[in-house]
Design a protein around this ligand. Structure first.
Ligand SMILES: Nc1nc2c(ncn2[C@@H]2O[C@H](COP(=O)(O)OP(=O)(O)OP(=O)(O)O)[C@@H](O)[C@H]2O)c(=O)[nH]1
Length: 387
């Protein structure tokens, strides 16, 4: 999860997208707040138009420009608050509001040509808002802010009637605002991503087994049996409990490192068949693993267990270069709950049933699959004892 030092974004596009997705509720709230706040101030500054020009037709034009900004920014803020906008749509809304606000600001500046030094101050504040408060890619913010600065400088030369020294000062001050704005935005982006990275690493450590990378029992109990329950009404649910056979012998013959290599190779095989974001592979005990397969019926579950059994038996684990590959087998218990309204705690009963089936497979000679299907209406207790 490397962070690009220049842009302050994750170098990997997928990680960056995951981060943006994670930040999205906060980003939308921040955008809405910023737009509403800026709109209010933009409207309030109509008082300065009246003070500078009096009540003339130009004042009405400037009021019109300010209302356009208010309507655009207000609509974008409403969209950000009320609609579940994607990251791209949020940025589009932000960019639209920025572009309209900057364009209207230029119109106002041209109609009050005697105050370009004050307009420069207003622009400097708008630039800081673009860099720090409006969610966008740094490159985009930099492009927009530079374009606005360039346009403003041209307008100042055309309408501002400033002397060379004033022009130079104004240009250098705006260059400074852009530099510090971009640097601060990059720093902020970097820090926010570092925080996200630390959170991901911590979450990974809390939920995963260190040796295999599979989920641990904490994840099983806190997530699968709680908030991230795989149970969906109307879908079957299959669990496979599997245990490497005579693993003590593997350890005794090939040493602990050999045993670890077999466990890792078995876990890798299980993970290779798990569907991303749907199935879960849990290290249930030392050499015992649990697969939770939502939406998988009995036949598919047994087929998957059989495939895993034959594949594992046929694929010896490599411990170290030059060492003998280690052959091992595993026993599997497959329990399925049919589609229907599932009650809470049913996963526990299903695991218990699969556990009994796995031990039946051990008793029946090992390197085999035992299975059982129950209709959804059967509660956890009887289902477990039926095994
Ligand atoms: N190398 C290694 N060994 C482990 C790990 N966790 C547990 N074990 C060992 O796994 C062995 C499990 O042995 P048993 O529970 O007796 O079962 P078994 O020898 O696999 O026999 P059956 O399950 O009846 O086929 C024990 O010797 C544990 O020390 C681990 O992470 N690495």
């Amino acid at each position: 999860m490397a962070i690009d030092p220049l842009l302050g974004e994750f170098a990997d596009r997928r990680t960056e997208d995951t981060y943006l997705e994670h930040q999205q509720p906060r980003t939308r709230a921040q955008l809405a707040f910023t737009l509403l706040f800026c709109t209010l101030f933009f409207l309030c500054f109509f008082a300065t138009d009246v003070a500078a020009l009096g009540l003339v037709p130009d004042t009405a034009l400037l009021l019109g420009a300010r209302l356009v900004v208010a309507i655009t920014a207000g609509s974008c803020a409403w969209l950000a608050l009320k609609r579940p906008l994607s990251t791209g749509a949020t940025r589009l809304a932000a960019s639209l509001a920025e572009a309209v606000a900057l364009a209207c600001f230029m119109v106002i500046a041209v109609h009050r040509p005697g105050e370009f030094h004050w307009h420069a101050m207003s622009l400097a504040i708008m630039l800081l808002v673009i860099y720090l408060y409006i969610p966008n890619r740094l490159a985009w913010a930099l492009g927009l802010a530079s374009a606005a600065t360039g346009t403003f400088l041209v307008l100042t030369m055309l309408f501002g009637a400033l002397g060379f020294a004033d022009m130079l000062t104004l240009g250098m001050l705006l260059a400074l605002v852009n530099t510090f704005g971009a640097l601060a935005a990059r720093r902020y982006g970097h820090v926010a991503r570092e925080e996200f990275r630390a959170r991901v690493v911590l979450q990974h450590a809390a939920e995963r087994d260190h040796l295999t990378g599979c989920f641990n029992r904490r994840y099983l109990h806190e997530q699968l049996m709680g908030a991230a329950s795989p149970l969906q009404a109307g879908e079957p649910l299959t669990v496979i409990l599997c245990d490497i056979d005579r693993f003590k012998q593997v350890n005794d013959t090939h040493g602990h490192a050999g045993g670890d290599a077999v466990i890792t190779s078995f876990a890798g095989l299980l993970q290779s068949v798990a569907r991303d974001g749907i199935d879960s592979v849990v290290r249930y005990g030392g050499e015992e693993f649990l697969l939770v397969l939502p939406g998988t019926g009995r036949d598919a579950g047994v087929h998957q267990a059989e495939w895993l059994r034959t594949r594992f038996a046929a694929t010896p684990a490599l411990v170290a270069a030059g060492d003998q590959p280690v052959h091992a087998t595993a026993s599997f218990g497959v329990a399925t709950l049919g589609p229907g309204p599932h009650s809470a705690g049913v996963l526990e009963g299903l695991i218990h049933a699969a556990d009994k089936l796995m031990y039946a497979a051990k008793r029946n000679g090992r390197d085999r699959v035992e299975s059982l299907a129950q209709p959804a209406s059967v509660p956890a207790g009887p289902l477990a004892s039926a095994a």
